[in-house]
Design a protein around this ligand. Structure first.
Ligand code: PLP
Ligand code: COI
Length: 341
């Protein structure tokens, strides 16, 4: 199979239309059989629930080529489970988890020519999503839904790849206590758009959101969880009911403990103690693990000893081990790597 003529090593994290997508519709209480289609356009009522009341959820997964030439994806069962949890919280019908995984395999296989070759640093980003499609004007959930999966080849999420970034403590909140921060609902990202534009305008790469109730504890960024490394090499990640349970973060915590023999801890992390950590990273499917060099907090700067030139040694080790597992260079725990083609 011939690959598309794309400059794989130089693409950013943007949308490039690929040939095929998957679609399945829910009506009269049941999902149809689903199909791979060509049309990237969606036609719906002007009063569709997703347009009026933002009833939409999504996932993010990567498919990529391993060192021995297989096309694989990483722990899609966890995305399937999280997608079903998101659906339940948003009063949407869960898409069956085994069908979710199957739809990802089908759509990646159908777009095999867009899966970047090994060693280019690029991957095929897979975006499953679901939305309420029938007209709704009183505030209530839709009764008809569409589930779709498209793919797009992507490079690094942050420009400069693995170079440390600068973030700021945000004055805007992301997710209220007992709200929707723990699920992947489009609405969480809608409300972060002003905050990210404002952060970029002020020269920062991302926002650090605090817990809205007390504004003393670290939550996450707009698209990634935090990992901190203590001066004695312990890996610490914030615990909160309103952050997204990141597949990457859960995998990195496992790698830290079981592959690198490091102590790991999930606990509340106070903004006041962040200055005492040795390293800081953002982790997610898109971000992998991106080092944070500096955090700006209302006129004060927290500068990590790892600096602005390179990622810290433990962050680097975590990244190298996780990507090694993903690329088939290091043996993976059972079930982590799922073959597609
Ligand atoms: N937190 C937020 C808000 C996200 O959007 C993402 C991206 O999916 C993550 C964390 C990282 O999650 P995962 O590692 O499952 O991609
Ligand atoms: C991901 O990492 O997959 C995300 O969804 C983060 C961002 C692109 C929203």
């Amino acid at each position: 199979m011939e690959k598309k003529n794309i400059d794989w090593s130089n693409i950013g994290f943007g949308y490039i239309k690929t040939d095929k997508r998957y679609v399945s519709n829910y009506k009269d209480g049941a999902w149809d059989n689903g199909a791979i289609i060509d049309d990237d356009m969606i036609t719906m009522s002007e009063c569709a629930c997703v347009l009026q009341y933002a009833q939409t959820i999504f996932e993010g997964i990567k498919a990529y080529t391993t060192v021995d030439g297989r096309i694989v994806t990483f722990r899609p069962d966890l995305n399937a489970e999280r997608f079903a949890n998101s659906a339940r919280r948003m009063e949407m019908p869960a898409f069956p988890e085994e069908r979710f995984v199957d739809s990802i395999k089908k759509v990646v296989k159908a777009n095999e020519a867009f899966v970047p070759p090994y060693g280019t640093g690029a991957t095929l980003y897979v975006r499953p999503y679901m939305f309420g499609i029938n007209p709704v004007i009183g505030v209530k959930p839709a009764t008809e839904f569409q589930y779709r999966v498209f793919t797009t080849p992507v490079g690094p999420y942050f420009k400069g790849g693995a170079k440390p970034i600068t973030i700021r403590v945000s004055d805007f909140d992301r997710a209220a206590p007992h709200g929707t921060g723990h699920i992947k609902a489009g609405l969480n990202y809608a409300m972060s758009l002003h905050a990210i534009v404002d952060a970029h305008n002020q020269g920062f790469d991302e926002n650090m959101y605090l817990d809205p109730q007390t504004r003393t504890k670290v939550e996450e960024t707009g698209g990634a969880n935090f990992l901190f490394i203590t001066k004695d090499n312990k890996v610490v990640t914030p615990k909160s009911d309103s952050i997204l349970p990141s597949v990457t973060r859960r995998s990195l915590m496992y790698v830290a403990e079981h592959y690198l023999g490091l102590e790991v801890e999930q606990r509340e992390v106070y903004l006041d103690e962040v200055k005492d950590f040795a390293e800081c990273g953002l982790c997610g499917t898109a971000a992998v693990i991106s080092p944070v060099g500096k955090i700006y907090d209302h006129g004060k700067e927290i500068c990590f000893p790892s600096g602005m030139e390179e990622m810290g040694p433990i962050t680097a080790k975590l990244r190298e081990t996780l990507t090694g597992i993903q690329e088939g260079k290091i043996e993976a725990p059972e079930g982590w790597i799922v073959d597609i083609a």
